[in-house]
Design a protein around this ligand. Structure first.
Ligand code: ZN
Length: 153
């Protein structure tokens, strides 16, 4: 049974890697944050368009490994239409899951397909790949724009 779940998760990750959703720069984003993960060579920009306190649109662009790109793609699908507060809470949920904290079932209920990335936990060097887009998003939600480099997971 565990094997079947692993296969399903693998499928989801590859599907988002091969057919990324919401990929490409937004025209006139309210905020745009570019983050690099020097450990793996991943680069991701997250573009955010806000309407009041709501995430009207969110796109990503950049390049890197399948985990970094799939995580970014799934993140944009999950966050479109959410409020800024909800988006910040989901960022916390995802990063807690990647650290192995909290209830997996509760996290799965909120972040949906992104539980597919939970297997990455077993490979500490790759956790930064999975959290890269989320760290960029977090900076954008905090009102920052521009380029940054992170080794933070
Ligand atoms: Zn990577």
């Amino acid at each position: 049974m565990a094997g079947a779940f692993d296969d399903l998760y693998q499928e989801l990750i590859l599907d988002h890697y091969r057919k990324p959703r919401n990929r490409g720069p937004l025209e006139k984003p309210d905020r745009s944050v570019e983050l690099n993960n020097p450990l793996c060579g991943d680069m991701i920009s997250v573009d955010l368009k806000l309407a009041g306190d709501r995430v009207e649109d969110v796109h990503f662009h950049g390049q890197g490994c399948s985990i970094s790109q799939a995580s970014a793609s799934m993140m944009t699908v999950l966050l479109k239409g959410k409020t800024v507060a909800e988006a910040a809470a989901l960022t916390k949920d995802f990063k807690a899951m990647m650290r192995g904290e909290g209830s997996f079932e509760a996290a799965a209920e909120r972040i949906g397909d992104l539980v597919a990335l939970s297997g990455v936990m077993k490979f500490p060097a790759r956790i930064k790949c999975a959290t890269l887009a989320w760290n960029a998003l977090q900076l954008a939600l905090e009102g920052k724009s521009g380029k940054a480099s992170t080794t933070e997971a």
